[in-house]
Design a protein around this ligand. Structure first.
Ligand SMILES: [Zn+2]
Length: 346
């Protein structure tokens, strides 16, 4: 079978690898779509993602949907062959004696599809066939096309971050700083949670148009270093993962407001003026991946056909290099997806 494999910095290949088979207690998924994420771009360009260098060939991809293709002999509770599914990329490792069923995304250990955080690396889903555990499958509602369902993972990331804000969202005036795929998905999540106003700000016009089509009340194109209406927002969602965007988030939030850090900040020191954290008593929330929010994300995707607009480009495996170049250019793309096999919906 074919798989998209990173061998090092600027060394991304479509390799022929041995066809995957299911574990005896697992299933085999024929992958239909895979969304290209910022972490995939980092692995491909730099041969590492933050703290995690690629030390052996790594199949990328953790935003994947497909169809059940085979079921292991001893698998119980698996949906029948042909069922359309999204895949939870995490297999958490519960600490000994843990009673708490949620919050496992914060426990050390466990695996995440397409990640060099473990040794051996956890191979990902940009492959024609992917073996996963039964517990990782989420059966898709009939009215949710696979091409929209591929947004389930990044939407779950956004919903988990918004859940960190608790009851601060309902009725709030919110700024989303950075209107890339995660920012645009956060716009929809904020509307769903009852925000009063959702303003999306970005340096580029293209992502702002996407944010508008998925429900932003207002869009603002900023120039470098500019802050959107300083001191006026109850909540600011930083979704660009850039120091300058965090600095302007801290400036844009009102006294007593909250900032959610949803974008992945660069490793190491980040130059951000932090004094306003004290002067304005800002609550600053971090957010790591997600836990159970994948189910809420799938339900929201089924209810919101407008989210189709977040999937801006689709490439087949033969055009993987073009797909990665497209995904890396936020001035002309939102979520770029790979089509790994035929879509049964079309
Ligand atoms: Zn992702």
């Amino acid at each position: 079978m074919k798989a998209v494999v990173v061998h090092g910095a600027k060394d991304l290949r479509v390799d022929e690898v041995p066809a995957a088979v299911p574990e005896p207690d697992g299933v085999l998924v024929r992958v239909v779509y895979g969304g290209i994420c910022g972490s995939d771009l980092h692995y491909a360009a730099d041969g590492r993602n933050g703290a995690y260098p690629v030390e052996e060939p790594l199949t990328l991809g953790h935003e994947v949907v497909g169809v059940v293709a085979d079921v292991g002999q001893s698998a119980s509770g698996a949906p029948p062959i042909g069922t359309r599914v999204a895949i939870h990329p995490a297999v958490p490792c519960a600490p000994a004696g843990a009673a708490e069923p949620t919050g496992l995304h914060l426990t050390p250990g466990g695996t995440y599809l397409g990640s060099a955080s473990t040794r051996p690396h956890t191979q990902g889903g940009f492959a024609e066939l992917l073996p996963v555990g039964v517990g990782q499958l989420r059966v898709l509602p009939d009215n949710l096309p696979l091409r929209r369902a591929v947004l389930a993972e990044p939407l779950a990331v956004a919903l988990h971050g918004l859940a960190r804000l608790g009851d601060r969202v309902r009725g709030a005036r919110v700024l989303v700083s950075g209107a890339g795929p995660i920012g645009s998905l956060a716009v929809t999540g904020l509307n769903h949670l009852g925000a009063r106003t959702v303003v999306a700000a970005d340096l580029q016009e293209y992502p702002l148009q996407v944010a508008k089509s998925v429900g932003a009340t207002e869009i603002v194109r900023l120039s470098d270093g500019e802050t959107c209406e300083p001191g006026s927002f109850d909540v600011v969602v930083e979704a660009a993962g850039a120091a300058a965007s965090l600095a302007s988030a801290l400036a844009a939030v009102r006294p007593g407001g909250a900032v959610l850090q949803l974008g992945m900040l660069p490793g190491g020191g980040v130059p951000v003026p932090m004094a306003s954290l004290i002067a304005k008593e800002i609550a600053l929330f971090g957010s790591q991946r997600f836990d159970t929010e994948l189910d809420a994300a799938i339900a929201l995707l089924a209810a919101e056909p407008a989210l189709d607009a977040v999937v801006s480009h689709e490439f087949d495996l033969g055009s993987t290099a073009e797909a990665f170049a497209c995904a890396a250019d936020s001035s002309r793309s939102a979520k770029t997806i790979l089509r790994l096999s035929a879509d049964p919906d079309s």
